[in-house]
Design a protein around this ligand. Structure first.
Ligand SMILES: [Zn+2]
Length: 210
């Protein structure tokens, strides 16, 4: 069986040794494109099976993720855990909405709150960059009295810590992407061509040529 990192490399979901411009405007040497994984059901299901295997026999009662990618992950992980344990483990998701206090939070709507309230929940996420969106899912589950057992992720790319999300993190892949401010970028200094296929490289070059 292929290693998780090899699956992502083969799908070009992880590109290394490149020169990219991130959405933040910073430059870096690697890029993770989660959108390249989801259409390939054989690969995403294989990754989710690996995530499920880690939590087999741990008493998970429901799997929850954030929209959009977390919907797919929650479905597959819950499917495999159900199969492994011979009982139904539901897969649900939390959507973002502006709360009464004006802050963007996540909520379990569509009656899903009743499926996870007071239950042992495994929260899933694709890429942990800061852990911000998955933390909102964990907060929403805890607000319903759920016991969040862990946060399972495909990739931890930001060295995100358990305390950042409020649950123990289990990532299939840990990568440390280096990023630089444009003025300090060693790749710019060495005239490494900017990757225009991913990230904001194309826009960056367009604006620079104005
Ligand atoms: Zn650069």
């Amino acid at each position: 069986m292929k290693e998780p990192s090899q699956i992502l490399k083969d799908l070009k979901a992880i590109i290394i040794d490149t020169h990219v411009v991130y959405a933040s405007g910073k430059h870096g040497n690697a890029y993770i494109n989660k959108d390249a994984v989801y259409p390939h059901t054989k690969d995403i299901s294989a990754l989710c099976k690996m995530m499920a295997e880690k939590f087999k026999g741990k008493g998970v009662e429901a799997v929850a993720g954030p929209t959009v990618g977390g919907v797919i992950l929650a479905q597959w992980v819950a499917h495999f855990l159900s199969e492994m344990e011979g009982r139904e483990i539901c897969g649900v998701f939390a959507e973002e909405e502006v709360a009464l206090d004006g802050e963007k939070k996540r909520f379990f709507k569509r009656g899903y709150d009743k499926l996870i309230a007071g239950k042992k929940v495994l929260v899933v996420e694709d890429i942990l960059t800061t852990g911000g969106s998955v933390k909102k899912v964990i907060d929403a589950a805890k607000a319903l009295g759920s016991n969040v057992l862990a946060c399972a992720a495909l990739v931890n790319r930001g060295n995100v810590k358990d305390a950042d999300v409020g649950a123990p993190i289990h990532a299939l892949i840990n990568v440390n992407l280096e990023s630089f401010d444009e003025k300090d970028c060693p790749l710019c200094k060495n005239n490494v061509p900017i990757n225009v296929e991913v990230g904001k490289g194309r826009e960056y070059l367009k604006n620079r040529s104005k």
